[in-house]
Design a protein around this ligand. Structure first.
Ligand code: NAP
Length: 319
């Protein structure tokens, strides 16, 4: 039986990845920064909370990680823990940089000291590319990060590459574009629009206030994207791979699609320029050729199909 450690187990991807690894017969250890603060609502929702061993670990403390690796001797470590909000990173730039960079360095250093055979997955982000000159984005596109979050992920990315090249670690970057699901936190765009639209349709709320929705982004579905994380660590060589749908969707079209589904009038939408980000880019989409060819990942979902799934799940569970 293989053993995997997933950091950030309480998050969207942590929950779906744990479900996937459980289904493949892995022993799954999930880390949290606090037993008491985490609700593990994702694991409970997927009814797998009893199949995951939870460990409280401070990823900023290298000795805690060394202890964890020695205790479980994992085959694979999936590092998903991060301050993951771009918006919040402008409010908390120092905390975001400190955590998102040091935690990765600490895990890599621990693997180097405990067992170089442990395979490592880093949750890298398309945000690292930022201002791009050419679309679609692929593994060779240069980085021009536009937020503290993006800077933290770009630094972590190069730390992974450096440990692979310097010490021969099987360390990979999965460069994921936006991916959504029912388990996404409520503060992210798609989930926020769905929840607030349902509130409007139920008469609980009158309007929805959004920032710049004249932007296009490449969106996918989390339960399918975690399969790429696993596939990446099963490949015979360590690679950095972009995981995306290959198409971008206008944010305004997402809002109007949800409005139409829930029979909401367009007048309920209010644009607030105070919610605009300091810097943003108009369009971003990636190229998933390498993911499909090298690790055999399959993805054919249209994002409006994904929206149908999430809206239905949200309506069913709405509180
Ligand atoms: P998420 O739902 O926000 O989960 C993030 C996890 O990180 C949570 O379990 C949280 O645990 C943990 N965490 C946050 N700050 C922490 C801190 N200071 N110390 C320790 N743990 C901390 O994110 P996700 O959507 O599952 O994404 C997983 C990873 O992929 C993240 O690294 C994210 O940056 C990256 N990523 C996501 C996307 C996307 O579209 N979803 C795209 C590209 C990359 P607590 O329970 O302790 O809060």
């Amino acid at each position: 039986m293989k053993t995997a450690i997933i950091t950030g187990i309480s998050g969207q991807d942590g929950s779906y990845l744990a479900q996937l690894l459980n289904s493949k017969g892995y022993k799954v250890i999930g880390t949290t920064r606090s037993y008491t603060l985490s609700s593990y609502s994702g694991l409970k929702y997927l009814e797998i909370d009893n199949n995951v061993h939870i460990e409280e670990v401070d990823l900023l403390d290298v000795f805690s990680i060394i202890k964890l690796l020695n205790k479980y001797q994992p085959d694979e470590v999936y590092n998903l823990a991060a301050q993951s909000s771009v918006g919040l990173s402008f409010e908390q730039p120092i905390g975001t940089l400190q955590f998102n960079i040091t935690s990765v360095l600490n895990i890599l250093e621990s693997i180097r000291l405990v067992n170089v055979k442990i395979k490592f997955y880093q949750a890298s982000s398309s945000e690292m590319f930022g201002r791009v000159n050419q679309l679609p984005i692929n593994e060779y596109t240069p980085f021009h990060p536009l937020s503290p979050y993006a800077i933290s992920k770009a630094t972590a990315y190069w730390t992974v590459v450096n440990y692979r090249e310097s010490y021969g670690l099987f360390a990979c970057n999965g460069i994921l574009f936006n991916h959504e699901s029912y388990l996404r936190s409520n503060n992210f765009f798609v989930k926020k629009v769905i929840r607030e639209s349902i509130s409007i349709s139920k008469g609980i709320q009158n309007q929805i206030k959004l920032g710049n929705i004249e932007l296009k982004r490449d969106f996918g579905y989390s339960p399918e994207y975690v399969k790429a994380m696993w596939l990446l660590l099963q490949h015979h060589t360590a690679e950095d791979i972009t995981i995306c749908s290959g198409k971008s969707v206008l944010l305004k079209d997402i809002v109007y699609y949800i409005f139409e589904k829930l029979k909401i009038d367009k007048s309920k939408l209010q644009i607030d320029t105070n919610l605009y980000r300091p810097v943003d880019i108009e369009d971003m989409y990636g190229d998933n050729t390498k993911a499909k060819k090298i690790i055999g990942w399959e993805y054919n979902l249209d994002f409006f199909e994904v929206l149908d799934l999430i809206v239905e799940e949200e309506i069913k569970n709405f509180k």
